[in-house]
Design a protein around this ligand. Structure first.
Ligand SMILES: [Zn+2]
Length: 120
C-alpha cells in the first residue's frame, strides 16, 4: 500500500478476519516492517495512531526491494513457523547509514481498532 488510509483499511480487515498483516513502508532510502498478528501484537493503528501527511516523495529503487524481501521473509516464517517474527517489533531500515534497528511496539489500550487486547 502506498498510503495510510488504505493501510488502515487493510489493518481493520486483517483484524476482523483474524489473519496476520505484514506492514511495510518506504520513503527515499528508508523503510520499515512490522508483522501484526491479531490478538497477539499491537495493530497498525496502535503503532501509528495518526497517518503522516500525504505527500509525493522520491524512492530509491533498492528500498522497496529490501523492504519487500523482509516482508516476504516474514510471510515465509509465519507460514512455516520458523524463526522469530517481527511481532511486537518495528524494524527500521536506514539505507543511507546502512543500518537496521528494531523497536518494541506495544498495544495501546485506547486503540479504536483493537482496544489493545492481546492474548499472552
Ligand atoms: Zn490497535
Amino acid at each position: 500500500m502506498d498510503n495510510f488510509p488504505t493501510r488502515y483499511l487493510l489493518n481493520r480487515e486483517a483484524l476482523h478476519a483474524g489473519v496476520p498483516l505484514v506492514h511495510g513502508a518506504i520513503r527515499g532510502f528508508d523503510g520499515q516492517v512490522a508483522t501484526i498478528v491479531p490478538g497477539r501484537t499491537a495493530c497498525l493503528e496502535c503503532i501509528f495512531p495518526e497517518a503522516p501527511p500525504a505527500e509525493v516523495f522520491p524512492v530509491v529503487g533498492t528500498t522497496p526491494g529490501i523492504i519487500g524481501l523482509i516482508q516476504a521473509n516474514e510471510a515465509i516464517k509465519y507460514i512455516t513457523g520458523a524463526g522469530d517474527l517481527l511481532a511486537g517489533r518495528l524494524l527500521v531500515w536506514d539505507g543511507l547509514a546502512a543500518t537496521l534497528e528494531t523497536f518494541t511496539v506495544e498495544p495501546r489500550p485506547d486503540c479504536p481498532v483493537c482496544g489493545g487486547e492481546v492474548r499472552p
